[in-house]
Design a protein around this ligand. Sequence first.
Ligand SMILES: [Ca+2]
Ligand SMILES: [Ca+2]
Length: 504
Amino acid sequence: MSPRPGRGCGTARPGRTPAGSEIWVAKGTYRPSLPGAGVPANREASFALKSGVTLYGGFVGGETNTRQRDFRKNVTVLTGDLAGDDTVNGDGVTETAAGIKGQNSYTVVSSFGAAAPNTGILDGFTITGGSADFPENIGGSKRNGGAMYNTGSNAVIRNCSFIGNFAEWSGAAVYNVSSSLRFGYCVFSGNKSRTGAGMYNQASSPELVSCTFSGNKVLADAAAIHNYDGSSPTISGCTFTGNEAERDVGAIANVDHCSPVIINCTFSGNISKKGIWGGGAIGNSGNCNPEITNCTFEGNAAEEGPGGAITNAASSSAKIANCTFSGNSAVTGGGMFNFNCSPSIVNCTFAGNTANSAGGMRNSGGGAPVVKNCIFWNNAGQEGKEILNDTDAMPVVSYCVVRYGYTGGTSIFTGNPNLGTLKDNGGYTKTHALLLGSSAIDKGTSAGAPSSDQRGYPRPQGSAYDIGSYEFAPSSDSSGCSALSPGGMTAVLLLAPLLLLFGK
Ligand SMILES: [Ca+2]
Ligand SMILES: [Ca+2]
């Protein structure tokens, strides 16, 4: 793709702006193209980010520094609704893809790097009404990336909302090719495409910090993020809620050598509706080995498939540690489904998940998942099975609390782990605390166990490592005092990416 002609925000034109400068934009709506005399607006125009130039939205006018602006109050909208015929809210935002009417911009914002990556910065805007709806399969930005299309880009996007965009194929909101953008404090909602409605990454490894993906929909797979072809983003402190795939994977799909780092994230209420591979929140397939740490999966569903929270398939060996799986549901494997793969699942808590069979975990199709220091409790399934293995699956299960026991495991405990309700016990994500008298306290192994628990609280406490994602602290948990203020320990983990995003 080549840079497109585009009118800059307000009176400024990015194409004439020297590198290193800033453009301050007042509240209001801005379109990439306006109709001329007898000439319609150009659907192919977009706002093109320029290396070294920062676009700030959220001003009234009269401010003397960027800290005086309020981008939440002074909504500054970049819209693809060229004719002004979309269904919009009072700020001119097309709130869902269904509100798009007529011929909108194929892509609202773009960034392009040729000899060097694009380093533009976009801060404090709402990008809406992009519609990459070209009917023929020509690829490129007419069918992908309704709000934003990036290629060869290291742009920084912060405090932006991507709302109500559409793509015929991938990335209704954002489509990245060979790019490594950084997104901080961004919202992706109400977007719709065939796959990856919030973001589609092709050979791209962006960094996402404290972003929210909600209410995105796909006609096929991966309602929030689709990672493909060696895309391994870092996703920290993000929330995925209420995203919905007609087929597989309610939130994040990793396909073909994609191994993202996913840490301190919450996945709740995401749905795979009709997919045979399911994966209510996450699906990994084709040599994808993500690291999923300190995350909570709550109330996700694979309505007609396996893996209420996660499906691992096709030689994908995820490393999953310090995670909580609570109240997810599926046809089989209410918490997790593993097929022909060997993930490691360490210090995780599976509680209250449901399925017709194998409420906690189903292992099938070969492979040897390692399941260590985990709790499986009250996961409803046929015959009371918390973990169900087909004859060709050979999981190695040790140091686990499993209701009704587990044949073939070592160091299996069947006493009640006394789990508290799922709630904020400190850290970034909700947990089931171990309550006094829990069978999981000091029964885990130190071998391969993480040095902190899901909240970031140091392990071990007491005489040994606990089983599950929560480490019981004898001094404070016994007395009912909070062991850790929210965000206390794990804030350190987020510090580095925040500096990268905002130190510029
Ligand atoms: Ca329109
Ligand atoms: Ca302990």
